[in-house]
Write a protein that binds this ligand. Structure first.
Ligand code: HXC
Length: 524
C-alpha cells in the first residue's frame, strides 16, 4: 500500500488496502496469461487502448466494481470488471464517454451487467451532450447468461437508436466481433477497423461451414478489407490499434459535441482569398478527359487536407470532411476517375448516409458535381437502384444545413437532381465555365431528338455530327440553366476558394423549418 497512508489509523489503512486490492484485481482483467495472448495477437489491452485514445490522465472510471449478475452456469466464474471498462475522459480537451471491452475476460462477451455498464455511460453521454466511443473486442452474447445477455444487447441497441443524431457515436472494432457484437456498431455513426486483427460477422466460419458447407477464413469473411471495400459496413481502417485510435481522435475534430452545437473552428494560415489557379489545368473542357476529384478538393480546402470517409468503397463518389476558412464542411463529389463518376447503388448508399450524418451534426454541405447519370444496367435495376438512388434525393431534400453545389463539368438527368440541384434545396448553386447541364449528353440527345432527320438525310453521319454540334451549342453549357436561375453564378475557377468561403460565411446562421411530422419515412 502507498505509504502516504502510514500515519492513518489502522482500521482506515485496512479499508484503503481492501479498496486497492479490489481495484488491482479488476485492473488485472483476465490475468497476465490472457493479457499476454492479447499482446501476442498484436492487440493492446482494454485499458492500454484508453490510454492511447484519451488525453493523458483524463480517464475517470465508473462501474469499476460491477460484477456479473450470477446464475447457475456463472457460479464460481470470475469476470473482473464484467469484461468492460467504462468511463469518461477528454480528447483534444473535449469530454467524451467511452467503453472498452476486455477480451481477456470471458472473451469480452456481453452479459447483463456488462451491458448495464455500457448503457450507464451512454445515458450520461446523452444527458451531458458528449460523444460516445465504443472500443469493441467481444465474442458476442455471453452464452452462459442466455436470454439475459440478449436483453443486454437490447438495452444497448435501444440507446444506440435513441441517441442517434443526438450525440456522435463512434465504434472501433479491435478484435473479433461476432453475433450481437456487430449490431451495436452498425447502429452508430462511424465504424473503424484494425487491419488483420479485427473481424465482424453475424455467424462465424464454423457455423457457416456447418450450414452452407462454405469454407472461409475469418479475414476473408469479415476482415477490415471486406468491410471497407466490399460490404461498406465500415468507414475507415488502419494498421493496428494505435492507428485506429489516432484516427478516432482526428475524426472527432470535425464533429460537434452534440446536435445542438456546431463543429469546432480550426484557425488556418491558408488565406481565404488564395487563388485556385491549378484548377484551370486540372479540369479541361474536354468532357472525355477524366480527372481526380481528390485533386480539386485538395486545391480548394484549407491546407489541402481532406479527411475521407469510406475512401475504398464506391470510389465513384467521394465523401469526407475538410475545413474552409477554418469552418468544417462535409464534401460529396462525383469522381470522374472511377466509372466516369456515375451513380450506382453503393455510391447512392454511401452519399445518402454521409449527407444525413452531416445534417445531424450541423455540418454544412459542399456538393461537387461531374456526373453523366445513374449507371445503366440490368443488374443495377434488379438490385433496386430506384430504391437506393431515392435515398440520395431524400437525404439532400431533408438536410437543412447550409448547402452549396458547384457544377465542375457535366450534370445530366436524374443525377443532376440527386447531386443537390437548386430544386432539391441547394441554397447556392455555382458552376464553372466548363459546366454543362442537360437531360443527357449531346450524342445521346441528338440521336433521339433528331432521329428522323438523321435517317432521312443523304449523309446521315454529317447530319448527326451537325445535330450534335447544334445541341451542344444550345445545352452543353451552364448558361441555359443560369438564365433560368437554376445556377446562381458562373464563377472563375481560380476564384473558387474565396467564393465558397464567403458563401458559407453568408449562410452560417441559416435556419430552415419544415412542416410538423413525427419523422420522415426515408426510403431504405
Ligand atoms: C462466453 C465466451 C464466448 C461467449 C468465447 N468465450 N466466446 N464466453 N460467451 N460467447 C470465452 C472462451 O471460452 C474463452 O475463455 C475466451 O472467451 C476466449 O475465447 P477463445 O475461443 O479461446 O478465443 P479465440 O480463439 O480468439 O476465438 C474468438 C472467437 C470464438 C472467434 C470469438 O471465441 C468464438 O467463436 N466464440 C463464440 C462466438 C459466438 O458464437 N457468440 C455468440 C453469438 S450469438 P477462456 O476462459 O478459455 O479464456 C449472439 C446473439 C446476439 O451474439 C444477437 C443479437 C442481435
Amino acid at each position: 500500500m502507498d505509504n502516504q497512508y502510514a500515519d492513518l489509523n489502522l482500521e482506515l489503512q485496512e479499508l484503503i488496502a481492501g479498496m486497492e486490492q479490489r481495484r488491482g484485481k479488476v485492473e488485472a482483467g483476465g490475468g497476465p496469461e490472457r493479457q499476454q495472448k492479447q499482446r501476442d495477437g498484436g492487440k493492446l489491452t482494454a485499458r492500454q487502448r484508453l490510454d492511447v485514445l484519451l488525453d493523458p490522465g483524463s480517464f475517470l472510471e465508473y462501474g469499476t466494481f460491477v460484477e456479473h449478475g450470477g446464475n447457475r452456469l456463472m457460479q464460481g466464474v470470475e469476470a473482473p470488471g464484467e469484461g468492460v471498462v467504462t468511463g469518461s475522459g477528454t480528447i483534444h480537451g473535449r469530454q467524451v464517454f467511452v467503453f472498452s471491452q476486455d477480451f481477456t475476460v470471458l472473451g469480452g462477451s456481453l452479459g447483463k451487467m456488462h451491458a448495464a455498464k455500457v448503457a450507464k455511460i451512454m445515458d450520461l453521454a446523452a444527458k451531458t451532450g458528449c460523444p460516445i466511443i465504443g472500443l469493441n473486442d467481444s465474442a458476442g452474447a455471453r452464452i452462459q447468461e442466455g436470454v439475459d445477455s440478449l436483453s443486454g444487447y437490447g438495452e444497448i441497441f435501444y440507446r444506440n437508436a435513441t441517441y442517434s443524431g443526438v450525440v456522435p457515436q463512434i465504434s472501433a472494432i479491435l478484435g473479433p466481433c461476432a453475433g450481437g457484437a456487430v449490431y451495436s456498431p452498425a447502429l452508430t455513426d462511424f465504424i473503424l477497423m484494425s487491419r488483420g486483427s479485427s473481424y465482424m460477422f453475424i455467424t462465424g466460419p464454423e457455423v457457416i461451414k456447418s450450414v452452407t458447407r462454405e469454407e472461409v477464413s475469418f479475414d476473408a469473411l469479415g476482415g477490415a478489407d471486406v468491410h471497407t471495400r466490399r460490404s461498406g459496413v465500415a468507414h475507415l481502417e488502419a494498421d493496428g490499434d494505435e492507428a485506429v485510435l489516432g484516427k478516432i481522435r482526428d475524426l472527432l475534430a470535425f464533429l460537434p459535441q452534440n446536435a445542438r452545437e456546431k463543429p469546432p473552428i480550426r484557425p488556418t494560415s491558408d488565406p481565404s482569398d488564395r487563388a485556385t489557379s491549378d484548377l484551370l489545368t486540372l479540369v479541361t473542357p474536354d468532357q472525355r478527359r477524366p480527372y481526380d476529384m481528390h485533386r480539386v478538393i485538395g486545391t480548394i480546402v484549407d491546407d489541402g487536407e481532406f479527411f475521407e470517409i469510406q475512401p475504398d468503397w464506391a470510389k465513384n463518389i467521394l465523401c469526407g470532411f475538410a475545413h474552409l476558412g477554418g469552418r468544417v464542411v462535409g464534401i460529396v463529389g462525383n469522381n470522374p476517375k472511377y466509372m466516369a463518376g456515375t451513380l450506382n447503388i453503393d455510391a447512392s448508399d454511401k452519399a445518402a448516409r454521409f449527407i444525413r450524418t452531416c445534417d445531424c451534426y450541423n455540418i454544412p454541405l459542399l456538393t461537387l458535381v461531374d456526373v453523366t447519370g445513374f449507371l445503366p444496367g440490368v443488374a443495377q435495376e434488379h438490385a433496386g437502384i430506384i430504391r437506393h438512388g431515392a435515398k440520395m434525393l431524400y437525404a439532400y431534400a431533408e438536410a437543412s444545413v447550409p448547402k452549396i453545389t458547384l457544377i465542375t463539368r457535366k450534370s445530366y438527368g436524374g443525377a443532376y437532381l440527386a447531386m443537390n440541384s437548386r430544386d432539391m434545396g441547394a441554397d447556392v448553386v455555382y458552376a464553372w465555365p466548363t459546366a454543362a447541364v442537360a437531360v443527357m449528353g449531346a450524342e445521346g440527345a441528338a440521336n433521339i431528338v433528331y432521329r428522323r432527320d438523321i435517317q432521312k438525310s443523304d449523309n446521315p453521319e454529317a447530319t448527326r455530327t451537325e445535330k450534335i454540334r447544334e445541341y451542344k451549342e444550345t445545352f452543353d453549357n451552364p448558361y441555359v440553366a443560369a438564365a433560368k436561375g437554376y445556377i446562381d453564378d458562373v464563377i472563375p475557377m481560380e476564384d473558387t476558394r474565396r467564393r465558397l468561403i464567403s458563401t458559407f460565411q453568408m449562410l452560417q446562421d441559416k435556419e430552415e423549418t419544415r412542416p410538423f411530422r413525427k419523422h420522415g419515412n426515408e426510403p431504405l
